[in-house]
Write a protein that binds this ligand. Sequence first.
Ligand SMILES: [Zn+2]
Length: 369
Amino acid sequence: MKEVLITSGTSFEGYDIVGYGTYKFTQTILNSNFLKDFGTSIADIATDRRDIYQEKIDEILNETINNFTDMVRETKYNAVVGFRTGVEEYTNNVTAVVASGTLVNIKEQYKSEFDKSSFIRNEIYVRNYYDLLVPRASKVVLASEGKGTKISVWFNNYNNDDIKALKAELQFTNIYGDNITLPDVDFTFDKTNLKLLKSDYVECKLPDKYIKMISSVKVYIKKYVKASGVYEIDADSIGIEMSDVKFKALKLKKGIDAVANYKSDGLVWTCNCGHVNEGGAEECVICGRKQDEMKNSITFNYEPMLEEMKTKEYVIEIKDVLMKYIKDIDTGMRMQLLEIMESGLNYEKSRGSMKDSVIEKVENLFLGL
Ligand SMILES: [Zn+2]
């Protein structure tokens, strides 16, 4: 049976009115004795009769609304706006219950794939990169509306190239540690010449029930097409070994293309994009990040302290190590470190050793993550 939506207002949330029909009404005439059964007129009905009267009217009202809805169903319209009901008293004791409204056609508003609650979605940062001035796959989005899995890959386009298409092999690892490979996936782009390219969604054979089980992905670029020709990457990609927590923190703080922590030995410096630059270079030759902006202002050499912390078993002992070093640590960080210890100690009471999580938090703090 055709569904008919009815409102007393002028619109429906989540729908657009795409066509207006005519104003319609239906009425149910009550027999002339109807009011006599209750009294002389509606106004005169005594309060003790009102309930019975109301019940009868409600029943007739429902019937009238049903008739109205049935009438709409027979038409090419699927909704009614400005819907009204009322009791009309005509002359000669003829009373009618009336339902009226304007017929319209409505259509569900377009919802982007991202707005749909039924949408399964998983975004995974890419676990490999090429240390070259080529498109860098940084994120893979897997999504399904229940009609098969679609993939979009985000590329950092450092060179602002006019990338028209890109062929890549995607290697997924699921939470069991099994690999699933999709060879030769062709990506196209709606908008190009952007610093961040988001590919169009491509259908793939990965069943949608696996979307949530994918934990990591590597993207091997086979070929890409620019206005000036077809290119291949003449180098191996570099895998990124880093805990998930640290990897996500790095992406959040340093950008989705970040794959490494900044470090410098004076002669060369490693950029967040993973490229090792000459000590004198102010800017990274791949991603353009400025060395000055990446430099950590922390002077305390935290690595020996971390090593010592790792030899301990419980937060209470780790805190002792911290207290040994604390006078040398930059004052701005002391409070945060003590807070990490306090919360670790608290959790440890109920959850067992919090050693790993506390050490990770300390390390992230020094790395500026
Ligand atoms: Zn860089």
